[in-house]
Design a protein around this ligand. Structure first.
Ligand code: SAH
Length: 552
């Protein structure tokens, strides 16, 4: 019986053999014919054995597709190859178009299998960091088959809608203006500092990676083998990596170690002075001059203005028109708010709020924030804001103690009988200063009670410290929550006050260094059996109780 023909349309990924799929390799090896653009065939040459290769020039895609269909109809197995994914500006659509022209139907016609590959947007993104992450799109700047007006419209729409954009076919020997015009459109909506990644020949021999920004991107080499990745308004640079956060609302707490972004990396408020309408008739030169002038802050506008007004002023200077005449759409500004989270309390020992503090809370939390009272004698604030620093200043100005929330050290002290048993307060204060807010594998509450009554329940905190007869007793490894909760194990009595802070610091440090992520102190103690020389004993209830996870 005659062999049945088959069409494989194969995306072979960025170019190296580690990033091609197993199915793609199988298809190439199963095929009688390999049909593709010369450069691409060369890239996969070493995977071939005795297949017949038909390689054609760049612009001969249609004839390649026709040849492939013809060979498959003659009973041959044919692989049509594309770099990246064959369905992304590749051969898949063309092959279908040729088949459809011939009245092909899946049931009766030649068999076809499209084999997916890693497209440039993904391979290039992997080399830049994590720039895609959020809603993104690809736009090809090639106007050979697509009218430029339509491409420009898509760039405009994507820029306006704050998509991360991967520009394919950004520039060739003859098509040099498209990327310049694209930059101009993007700058209408995005800050000049928007991170931009240029990846040339990803995972190929001449791979080159440049991280730059929207204002500077044209000062670098961009060619046929480059993919240009434009960040969205929340994309930031960190250690020369381009990162787009998963969401727009970022969370900040107080702890400096935890801040992924420095304040200056948050979206700047400056309006884009570049927001010029396409219809202004500006030449690239005059536009750049105006822009550079604004960036270097010269010529300075005479009166103090908002950045939007500065942009309008610049526009009227270069266009000779009043700003209102020349700008039609309003600028799109992504005013970035972060959700600032922190905990406040009147003090380590002080449990009394003043009216001024309550009024300040109401002021900073406003209509949009929330206040939540917790079992740890703290109020947790969650406030959407662009200015966490000013919130902190205000709260501190009325005497609040601020602490980060999350997996950090929290000191919970009693009220020392309204300050009557004040002898040990300085030690609580010192512990707060030394350890308060430090990041931990899991939340770590230190309970500090000023007398043997321990009525603020220090013995059921992760670390319990009880002041008694001028010295300290220490409890370790309580399981503070759950149906199998139990107090901490009394590990030492009569610790001399001058040893306390160092001893607790050592315990906390040891736990921080050695615990698994999310391993609470009691679990760590149970696992390692010894902390700072203190031996573990099982304090769990002796009768059998099923532990129940949250919600059960
Ligand atoms: N089908 C391909 C795209 C073909 S269009 C895919 O899915 O990736 C050709 C454009 O793709 C190039 O101009 C370039 O912008 C991009 N491109 C393809 N391979 C690339 C690579 N290895 N490195 C960088 N960009 C690449």
């Amino acid at each position: 019986m005659e062999q049945k023909g088959k069409l494989f349309v194969v995306g072979f990924g960025p170019g190296d053999f580690k990033h091609i799929t197993t199915r793609a390799v199988e298809a190439l090896q199963e095929s009688d014919f390999i049909i593709g653009y010369k450069t691409y065939v060369e890239l996969i040459q070493d995977l071939l054995t005795d297949q017949t290769v038909i390689s054609t020039g760049m612009t001969e895609e249609v004839s390649r597709a026709q040849e492939a269909v013809k060979q498959a109809e003659n009973g041959k197995k044919v692989a049509v190859i594309s770099s990246g994914d064959a369905g992304v500006y590749g051969m898949a659509g063309l092959v279908y178009e040729v088949l459809i022209e011939k009245g092909w139907k899946e049931e009766t016609g030649v068999e076809i299998e499209i084999i997916p590959g890693i497209s440039a947007i993904n391979s290039c993104a992997s080399l830049l960091g994590a720039p895609i992450m959020h809603d993104s799109c690809t736009i090809s700047l090639s106007d050979h088959l697509t009218p430029w007006d339509l491409i420009a419209k898509r760039v405009e729409a994507a820029a306006q809608a704050d998509f991360v954009i991967a520009l394919y076919n950004p520039r060739s020997g003859r098509r040099t203006r498209q990327i310049v015009e694209t930059q101009r459109i993007l700058l209408k909506y995005r800050s000049p500092e928007t991170p931009v990644g240029l990846v040339k020949s990803a995972y190929r021999e001449r791979q080159d990676i440049v991280i730059t920004n929207l204002a500077e991107m044209l000062n670098h080499d961009i060619g046929m083998l480059t993919t240009v990745v434009i960040g969205n308004s929340s994309t930031f640079l960190y250690d020369n990596k381009m990162i787009t956060p998963r969401g727009y609302q970022r969370k900040y707490t107080l702890n400096a170690e935890k801040q992924p972004l420095k304040p200056h990396q948050r979206l700047q408020k400056e309006a884009e002075p570049w927001a010029m309408d396409q219809e202004t008739g500006l030449t690239q030169g005059s536009y750049e001059e105006a822009a550079v002038g604004l960036l270097t802050k010269a010529p300075a506008p005479e009166k103090k203005s908002t950045s939007f007004e500065i942009a309008m002023e610049a526009l009227s200077r270069v266009s000779g028109q009043s700003a209102a005449q020349s700008i039609t759409p309003p600028l799109v500004q992504q005013e970035m708010e972060s959700l600032f989270e922190l905990a406040v309390s009147p003090g380590v020992a002080n449990k009394q709020f003043t009216p001024r503090q309550m009024m300040m809370l109401a002021e900073v939390v406003g209509e949009k924030g929330t206040m939540e009272y917790t079992p740890n004698h703290k109020i947790i604030l969650k406030i959407p804001t662009t200015e966490p620093d000013s919130i902190m200043e205000k709260l501190q100005s009325v005497g609040f103690l601020l602490s980060p929330i999350g997996d950090v050290v929290t000191l919970k002290a009693c009220d020392f009988c309204d300050g009557e048993k004040a002898e040990s307060i300085p030690y609580a204060d010192e512990l707060q200063q030394v350890l308060g807010g430090i990041e931990m594998p899991k939340e770590l509450n230190i309970g500090f009670n000023g007398c043997g009554m321990a009525c603020y329940t220090a013995v059921i905190d992760d670390i319990g410290i009880v002041f008694r007869k001028g010295k300290f007793d220490l409890f370790l490894g309580a399981k503070p929550v759950g149906r199998t909760a139990h107090p901490g194990q009394p590990v030492a009595e009569g610790i001399e006050p001058d040893r306390l802070v160092e001893l607790i610091t050592n315990i906390v440090e040891e736990y921080k260094q050695n615990a698994h992520p999310n391993e609470r102190l009691f679990k760590y103690f149970k696992r390692v059996k010894k902390i700072q020389g203190y031996q573990y004993q099982d304090m769990a209830p002796k009768i059998k109780i099923e532990p129940a996870p949250c919600g059960d």
